[in-house]
Design a protein around this ligand. Structure first.
Ligand SMILES: CC(=O)N[C@H]1[C@@H](OP(=O)(O)OP(=O)(O)OC[C@H]2O[C@@H](n3ccc(=O)[nH]c3=O)[C@H](O)[C@@H]2O)O[C@H](CO)[C@@H](O)[C@@H]1O[C@H](C)C(=O)N[C@@H](C)C(=O)N[C@H](CCC(=O)O)C(=O)O
Ligand SMILES: Nc1ncnc2c1ncn2[C@@H]1O[C@H](COP(=O)(O)OP(=O)(O)OP(=O)(O)O)[C@@H](O)[C@H]1O
Length: 501
């Protein structure tokens, strides 16, 4: 595609270079630039893409999109200056990839917790009903036999449009996308036409990025208005009637609103909720029909996730029978209430809870199995420090014993993070339940050994879920909670057997 036709509708100034090169691709990372690339110089938090302009050109970039002049003297790359570079990048990505969301029904899911689970449920329901659907989120991108890991829950606009082009070309009818608040704030979803938008819930998180909870909620509300794609209309809004922040999402929307919930009047409600030995059973009462479902996942939070997915599926015309059958076969998501089975007589659960509400829901759910609970909990470095004492208090309140440990310290000192957590234990009763073991492997081993000696305990390992690495000071080491737990269970059993002999 010629540069001139790509930037046709963009207010810009050409600062330098040949007038109209052929553009082979768009990149925002110079290390991925090649022959004919349009390199977008994005100012970041750690560095600034403008510093890599020459690097991109040396790798073959034919054009640069900049917010300020760059020194690439001696080269003939075209330099195009714009303001609001992230928004322009998104618009160019839409044009370059032929506006794929015209050919797909995009379902976006936002909220503090439950995005990954709900997007996977929606995709499962659609595919079960014979409607091909791709997925984009924390666990990566998947459609048919295509799978790719992504750096972010919601990829940058260029990658997002590229993935949706791939899905459209391969025959997907839907793209189900997790929309993080940061992505909405940074315009990663700009230019994305949404057919339906789902809101799960809003509780404290990401206050390292957003100045306050209101700013955080306002970003989420963007999924429901038409600012992301002016002129394309508002998406159908599927919102949680029991969460007060839904009002904000609904106010942003001018389209049809469908409310799901348990406590408040809703269009799609769960009634007669009970726990079974395999998960949750309940009836879904929708406007014209009521039908029983058996969800093989535990926890009220998963009832909400299933209601959100079912409300979206009903709106898309799936029948109660299709929804019932699909939900009963939903196998869950890696690292979300995942049971570790290594032959041990006690329960071990790995879960991605990494904020106060997620942790509370997790521990409440685990308590319902009966018996005692020992939890292993940590807080990530470089993220919302205010949630550390709150999570520590929740861990102590809802567990019989809790071990505070390390979870991706990034640039921070792990001991500092643990000390921030410990400050949340304002009652002696909480302090008496907690111990600190900075080494995560040792912390997990200690919890498992407690349960080995007293199998009335269930062990909950929170925070890392599906993750397979532990990050510290820009490097990472392999660390998969479920694998570490399984190995440790076997080791403890073997050591104990040797002692008994
Ligand atoms: C705070 C934040 O959002 N950071 C994102 C941002 O990084 P940054 O601003 O630090 O970028 P940077 O490292 O300063 O680099 C600036 C530019 O220089 C470019 N560069 C850099 C080096 C080089 O050699 N050449 C080069 O061109 C980079 O590609 C980039 O375009 O731009 C990067 C490229 O798109 C993102 O991957 C990165 O997300 C990081 C990994 C991140 O942690 N983001 C979090 C806050 C986030 O967005 N999370 C949500 C999910 C949250 C949840 O639901 O739990 C998400 O959607 O992922
Ligand atoms: N509806 C919910 N309400 C509260 N907590 C939930 C809900 N669904 C899941 N959780 C908790 O949040 C954790 C993360 O769930 P999930 O990955 O589905 O959410 P997410 O919004 O995608 O999170 P992230 O964006 O950080 O990846 C789960 O492991 C569970 O502990």
């Amino acid at each position: 595609m010629k540069l001139s036709s790509l930037i046709r509708h963009i207010p810009c100034v050409q600062l330098a270079g040949q007038t109209d090169p052929d553009i082979a691709d768009i990149q925002f990372d110079s290390r991925k630039a090649g022959k004919g690339t349009l390199f977008v110089c994005v100012p970041g938090l750690r560095t600034d893409g403008h510093l890599y302009a020459r690097d991109a050109v040396s790798r073959g970039a034919a054009a640069l999109l900049v917010e300020r002049p760059v020194d690439i003297a001696g080269t003939d790359a075209a330099v195009i200056q714009v303001s609001d570079i992230r928004n322009v990048m998104a618009r160019l990505a839409v044009a370059f990839y032929g506006d794929p969301t015209r050919e797909l029904k995009v379902i976006g899911v936002t909220g503090t917790n439950g995005k990954t689970t709900t997007t996977h449920m929606i995709r499962h329901l659609l595919e079960h009903a014979g409607r091909p659907a791709g997925i984009i989120g924390t666990l990566g991108v998947a459609y048919g036999d295509f799978e790719e890991k992504t750096a972010n829950t919601t990829p940058e606009s260029v990658d997002l449009q590229r993935y949706m082009r791939l899905m459209a070309d391969r025959g997907a009818a839907y793209a189900v996308i997790e929309a993080s608040s940061q992505a909405l704030a940074m315009g990663r979803m700009n230019g994305c036409r949404r057919h339906l938008a789902v809101f799960t819930n809003l509780t404290r998180d990401h206050l390292d990025y957003h100045s306050n909870l209101k700013a955080y909620a306002d970003c989420k509300a963007k999924l429901f208005d038409d600012s992301l794609c002016p002129g394309a209309g508002h998406p159908i809004a599927v919102v949680n009637a029991d969460d007060p922040a839904s009002d904000l999402m609904v106010r942003a929307s001018r389209a049809e609103v469908i409310r799901y919930g348990i406590r408040r009047r809703a269009d799609v409600r769960a009634v007669g909720i009970r726990r079974t030995d395999k998960g949750m059973a309940f009836a879904i009462a929708a406007v014209n029909e009521t039908f029983e479902v058996e969800l093989p996942l535990f926890g009220m939070h998963n009832v909400y996730n299933a209601l959100a997915a079912s409300a979206a599926a009903l709106r898309e015309g799936l029948s109660p029978a299709e929804i019932r059958e699909a939900l009963s076969g939903f196998r869950g998501v890696k690292g979300r209430y995942q049971f570790v089975q290594a032959g041990q007589p006690y329960r071990v659960i790995v879960d991605y809870a990494h904020n106060p509400d997620g942790l509370k829901k997790l521990l409440q759910t685990a308590r319902e199995h009966g018996g005692k609970l020992i939890s292993v909990v940590g807080c990530e470095g470089d993220k919302d420090k205010g949630k550390r004492p709150v999570m520590a208090r929740i861990a102590a309140q809802y567990s019989d014993r809790t071990i505070f440990t390390t979870d991706n310290p990034h640039s921070e000192d792990p001991i500092r993070i643990l000390s921030d957590m410990y400050k949340g234990l304002d009652h002696a009763s909480c302090r008496s339940k907690a111990v600190i073991i900075p080494d995560r492997r040792e912390a997990i081993a200690c919890a498992l050994d407690t349960a080995r000696q007293d199998p009335d305990y269930s062990v909950v390992i929170a925070g890392k879920g599906h993750e397979t690495r532990q990050w510290w000071h820009g490097t990472s080491i392999p660390f998969d909670d479920a694998e570490v737990a399984a190995e440790t269970i076997r080791r403890l059993e073997a050591e104990n057997a040797a002692v008994v002999k």
